[in-house]
Write a protein that binds this ligand. Structure first.
Ligand SMILES: Nc1ncnc2c1ncn2[C@@H]1O[C@H](COP(=O)(O)OP(=O)(O)OP(=O)(O)O)[C@@H](O)[C@H]1O
Ligand SMILES: [Mg+2]
Length: 152
């Protein structure tokens, strides 16, 4: 487990860049859970990761579309927000199995508790004064391997 104090939004973006730098070469099926209260910075982090991976256009919030797909040089990336969802059935209806070919950046994993069993990495963001505290936890061999490459 790694804890990182994030004083401001720029620090969240810099953590996103550090994470992109240590992602596995093969992104397929890598599931990153972004957990934290409303406004904790989950979308800020996901957006910064996508930009760092080379996405240049607009990065809309998946709050209403639930899934926003991207193609980057390492493969497909899906930015997902489950805030409005309430269970695995709805996630299957969304075509969950088809999304497993890429890297998944997933907000509000609490909505589908079974997902923690499938996930590789958990990033928890908590309010901490004016800033945030990030907690990173490897949930699979791939996730733990990735964290072992974390600088600092
Ligand atoms: N480390 C930080 N310290 C202070 N403010 C931050 C930090 N990181 C991000 N922020 C700010 O907090 C807000 C986070 O909004 P964001 O949409 O990213 O949250 P979210 O967790 O995705 O919320 P939601 O649950 O509604 O999807 C933004 O205004 C962002 O600039
Ligand atoms: Mg969000």
């Amino acid at each position: 487990m790694i804890k990182i104090a994030l004083a401001d939004a720029a620090a969240t973006e810099s953590l996103a860049a550090d994470l992109v730098a240590i992602l596995p070469d093969d992104l397929s099926g890598f599931l990153l859970l972004l957990q934290g209260e409303l406004g904790a910075g989950k979308s800020t982090l996901a957006r910064a990761m996508l930009q760092k991976m080379g996405v240049t256009g607009a990065i809309p919030s998946p709050t209403y579309t639930l899934v926003e797909p991207y193609e980057v040089s390492g493969g497909n990336v899906y930015h997902i927000d489950l805030y409005r969802l309430s269970g695995m059935e709805e996630l299957d209806y969304l075509g969950w199995d088809d999304l497993r070919d890429g890297l998944i950046l997933l907000e509000w994993p609490e909505r589908v508790p079974q997902l923690s069993g499938e996930a590789d990495l958990l990033l928890q963001l908590d309010y901490d004064g004016e800033g945030r505290m990030a907690t990173l936890k490897g949930l699979s061999v791939r996730g733990t391997d990735m964290l072992s490459r974390y600088p600092g």
